[in-house]
Write a protein that binds this ligand. Structure first.
Ligand code: GLU
Length: 304
C-alpha cells in the first residue's frame, strides 16, 4: 500500500474481529496490525471482538490464544473484549425489526435447490445467487430453514462505497448476491447480520480488515440502511497469499508464528514482515520500539 485516505471520523473507534478458528498467523496479524495502526494513528479507540458464532468452526481455547498473541505483540485493546455468542439477544432484536418491516423472510431452500435453479436459469457465477424462490412465501409443506434479507431488484440494486484504500467499489446486490442469509439454516446467526449489529452497537466508526471481505461490504452497508444504522468508513488492506495465490489461512496451511519466541525474534519474524507487507519500512529491535516507529510510518501514509 502506498497511500490511504485518512478517516473522516471525529472520534475514531476501530476494531479487530478475529474468528477463533486457528491461531494468529502472518495473514491475520496483518489485519490486526492494520486496524491497530489506523486506530493509533487517528488517536482512536481499538476494540477486539471475537467472532465465535460459527460453533462448528471454533477451536476450543483459540480465542484466549489469539488474545495472548496480540498482547505479546504489544497490541493492547481498549475496554473489554466481546464475544459474539454473548450478544445474540442483539441479533434477535434486529431480526424482529427486519421481519416487522417485511425486509426479511424465511426460506426453505437447500443449497442444492439453489444450485439447481441457478443451473436452470443458465447462471454459472462463482457464488450461489439466490433466485428469490421463497420471496413470496414458503412452498406449501416446506419448513423454514434460513432467514434472508430482501435486496432491491435490478437495475436498482447497485451499491457503491468509497473504500479508504481501494477507492470506489460497487456491487450489484440482486445480480451478484441475491437475497442473502442473515440467520443460517443451522440456526447460527450469519456473519453479515452480526457484524452490522455489533459495529453499530459498539460505535465503530472505522472498519479496517482484509480485502477478502471487500465484497461483503455492500451487503453490510445495505443492511445498515435497512436497520437505520450509521455507515462506518471502510479500509480493506491486501491479503497475504500463499505460493498458490490462495489467501493465507489455517485451511491453506498458514503457519502460526511462534508467539513463545523472545520479543526480539517476534519483532524480526512477525511484526516487521507484517509491517513490510503493509508497505511500511520499519526497523526495530524491541516491541515498544517497533510501535514507536510503525505508528508514525502509518500516519505518514495517510494522505487525503
Ligand atoms: N471475523 C472475520 C474474520 O476473521 C472478520 C470480520 C470483519 O472484520 O468484519 O475473517
Amino acid at each position: 500500500m502506498k497511500s490511504v485516505r485518512p478517516s473522516r471520523s471525529a472520534s475514531y473507534i476501530g476494531r479487530f474481529a478475529p474468528s477463533p478458528t486457528g491461531p494468529l498467523h502472518l495473514g491475520s496479524l496483518v489485519a490486526a496490525m492494520a486496524s491497530y495502526l489506523d486506530a493509533k494513528a487517528h488517536h482512536g479507540t481499538w476494540l477486539v471482538r471475537v467472532e465465535d458464532l460459527d460453533r462448528d468452526r471454533n477451536v476450543a481455547g483459540i480465542d484466549r490464544h489469539i488474545l495472548a498473541s496480540l498482547q505479546r505483540c504489544g497490541m493492547q485493546w481498549d475496554g473489554e473484549v466481546t464475544w459474539q455468542t454473548q450478544r445474540t439477544h442483539l441479533y434477535d432484536v434486529a431480526l424482529e425489526q427486519l421481519l416487522a418491516k417485511g425486509a426479511a423472510y424465511p426460506c426453505s431452500c437447500s443449497r442444492k435447490e439453489i444450485a439447481d435453479s441457478q443451473l436452470r436459469l443458465g447462471q454459472s457465477g462463482a457464488g450461489l445467487v439466490y433466485p428469490g424462490t421463497c420471496r413470496n412465501g414458503l412452498a406449501p409443506g416446506k419448513p423454514a430453514r434460513a432467514m434472508r434479507l430482501r435486496v432491491p431488484d435490478a437495475p436498482n440494486d447497485t451499491y457503491c462505497f468509497d473504500d479508504r484504500c481501494v477507492g470506489v467499489t460497487c456491487q450489484r446486490l440482486a445480480a451478484d448476491v441475491g437475497d442473502f442469509v442473515i440467520r443460517r439454516a443451522d440456526g447460527f446467526w450469519a456473519y453479515q447480520l452480526a457484524v452490522v449489529v455489533d459495529d453499530a452497537q459498539q460505535g465503530v466508526t472505522d472498519v479496517v480488515r482484509g480485502a477478502d471481505l471487500l465484497d461483503s461490504t455492500p451487503r453490510q452497508l445495505f443492511l445498515q440502511d435497512v436497520l437505520g444504522l450509521p455507515h462506518p468508513e471502510y479500509l480493506h488492506v491486501p491479503v497475504v497469499a500463499n505460493a498458490d495465490g490462495e489467501k493465507l489461512s489455517k485451511q491453506t496451511g498458514a503457519q502460526a508464528f511462534d508467539t513463545g519466541a523472545d520479543p526480539e525474534t517476534l519483532v524480526q519474524s512477525a511484526l516487521i514482515p507484517a509491517a513490510r507487507f503493509l508497505g511500511l519500512d520499519v526497523q526495530a529491535d524491541s516491541i515498544a520500539g517497533f510501535w514507536l516507529a510503525a505508528i508514525p510510518a502509518w500516519a505518514a501514509m495517510l494522505t487525503p
